[in-house]
Ligand binder design. Structure first.
Ligand code: NCD
Length: 310
């Protein structure tokens, strides 16, 4: 299977045409929802497997709802590391080679970087990376950009702060590349020492900071992220860093009146609940758009009219 039939990395969308077709479809689905129209049964007789070796509140349910809303069905393995044969010592590769025989596409979240690539190497059905350890989360980056474009008529020229755990945070790894390759944006990477964005994702020169208060007034987009507790070898280190950045009403006073605050969720304390009603704070809109973007992705990959690649 050609690489383009899998979604492994945001780099597959570093070209406007690739995102435009997905976003157009996602926009259509969102309009249908708003008008209470029935969705087309594009995934009728198609079965999607969701194999998740890590927790998920948004990605798995939204992929499953996406498949089902288009008339498809789902085979779901939540906590695959415990409930699948991984517990009996089965390899990821053998699991994929088994499951692919039953379904038309596999959505995989794996706890190790490179897991999606390993799976894709043996998969003969489209494999979608729903997060591979501290690697990437390409479909999150797509829904983030889709949501940002709803809020900002022009993304070019924006100053985007990505804030938090940029070392382990896979959503930022995918988003930064997507933004930089599709738009003329300035990225400011705001992280505690030791959790800065790795060079492989920074893609050249980038402004770096460690104090959100010092830069917030310049930012058009404030993309907050959680310190990734599960990636730390030592819990003391996590405890020391977990509340480094807390965006609360006091700090929001310094943000631009037309700034947007984003977060892939789940949040811990990075966005204080006291600012949830501030119209600039849009994480739940991102989560909602995940449904439409994932409907578009599934339709493009395995829908009845899909050519078989994006
Ligand atoms: C993120 C993830 O799993 O990487 N969640 C998500 O998919 N929206 C972010 C996180 O866990 O911090």
């Amino acid at each position: 299977m050609s690489e383009s039939n899998h979604i492994l990395s945001a780099s597959q969308f570093f070209e406007e045409g690739a995102v435009a077709s997905i976003f157009e479809k996602a926009g259509d689905f969102k309009r249908m929802e708003r008008r209470r129209q029935d969705y087309p049964p594009a995934l009728q007789h198609r079965v999607v497997a969701t194999l998740f070796y890590e927790a998920s509140t948004r990605t798995r349910p939204s992929f499953e709802a996406a498949a089902q809303r288009l008339g498809g069905t789902v085979v779901s393995t939540e906590n695959a590391g415990v409930f699948s044969s991984a517990v009996k010592g089965e390899t990821l590769e053998d699991t994929i080679r088994t499951v692919e025989g039953y379904v038309d596409a596999i959505v995989l979240r794996y706890h190790e970087e490179g897991g999606a690539k390993r799976a894709a190497n043996v998969a003969s059905v489209p494999l979608i990376n729903a997060g591979d350890g501290a690697g990437e989360h390409p479909t999150q980056a797509l829904l983030d950009l889709f949501t940002l474009r709803e809020h900002k008529a022009a993304v070019d020229g924006l100053k985007v702060g990505v804030v938090g755990d940029l070392k382990y945070g896979r959503t930022v790894h995918s988003l930064v590349g997507l933004l930089r390759n599709l738009h003329e944006v300035e990225i400011v990477a705001v992280a505690p020492e030791g959790l800065q964005l790795p060079d492989e994702y920074a893609g050249g020169k980038m402004d770096r900071a460690n104090d959100l208060a010092a830069v917030i007034g310049d930012l058009d987009v404030i993309y907050m992220t959680r310190i990734q507790k599960e990636r730390f070898a030592c819990s003391e280190e996590y405890e020391a860093l977990k509340d480094t950045f807390v965006l609360d009403s006091a700090l929001m006073k310094f943000a631009k009146p037309d700034a947007v605050v984003m977060h892939p969720l789940p949040r811990n304390n990075e966005i204080a609940t006291e600012i949830d009603d501030d119209p600039r704070v849009i994480p739940f809109q991102q989560a909602r758009n995940g449904l439409f973007v994932r409907m578009a992705l599934l339709d493009s990959l395995i829908g009845r009219s899909a050519a078989g690649s994006l």
